[in-house]
Write a protein of this length. Sequence first.
Length: 333
Amino acid sequence: MAFSTRLTSSLWPALAALRWAAPRQCRGLSTPQGSEPSFNLEGIFPPLTTPFSPTQEVDYAQLEGNLRRYASIPFRGLVALGSNGEYPYLASRERVEMVSCVRRALPRDRLLLAGSGCESTQATIELTVSMAEAGADVALVVTPCYYRGAMTTAALIHHYTEVGDASPIPVVLYSVPANTGLDLPMEAVVTLAQHPNIIGIKDSGGDITRMGLMVHKTRQEDFQVLAGSASFLLASYAVGASGGVCALANVLGDPLCQLDHLCRKGQWQEARDLQHRLIEPNMAVTRRFGIPGLKKAMEWFGYYGGPCRAPLAPLSPAQVEELRSTFSANGWL
């Protein structure tokens, strides 16, 4: 497999760019004047939760039910197997079947990003190829972090370059220091942005200065920056981000798409007012209560949340009440 992967890798970036391109609605906020990205990442992407049955098996019927509801929301696409999908807790076969299930239900005019990052470069390449075969349009590749002390700029550039060379679909870098303890260094991002098959980064760190600098330093490349949280979505757009991969979109998809729309229209006062109402609910379903909180909130808005897979524990009754109060205080319940 490794030999055949290497043999055809030089052709894959071109093939990936030709797979399909959705009609562009407007110029991306991070796109240099006079250029168009080959792959349009503008808009909102919810990082899907993985629904489990009471016995903690993946419940594909409930997943399909959630996907039917999301089809009515103007998302740019969906992310399967991100951090909110309990990716580390899924077996390889479950990961592939999740992507296959989402692809079957997803309209072709919407992108499917699939998490494929593993600790080794070889495993990442193999899973990325499997994600492409299952129907993913883009691979979302988190930084390897178990040996974080050895993850130097040079090591990470080598890792992502190998993945980008071998991947049959475009690659988006994924920096989530809250989970990995590792920020993808700026030098690595700028270098990797020059790779023809690496088209962007999802940055969940929340450092707006860093995000603005990324946009600035990659402005000559076919490269887009995605905000990794609803809490700083407006600020990210203000410094040039193209879109957002936001956990809160699993719950409040329409308001987040509205915030995206307001920013693109330059209606900054309305956007600011809406952003303010989203900060506390987003913090509650991410930093404060995590995936159990996100899944509980989904149930209040008509989606299937269900249990998490152990060792993630459900919220206590007091935590549930605090979560509900946060949504109510901001006018969502």
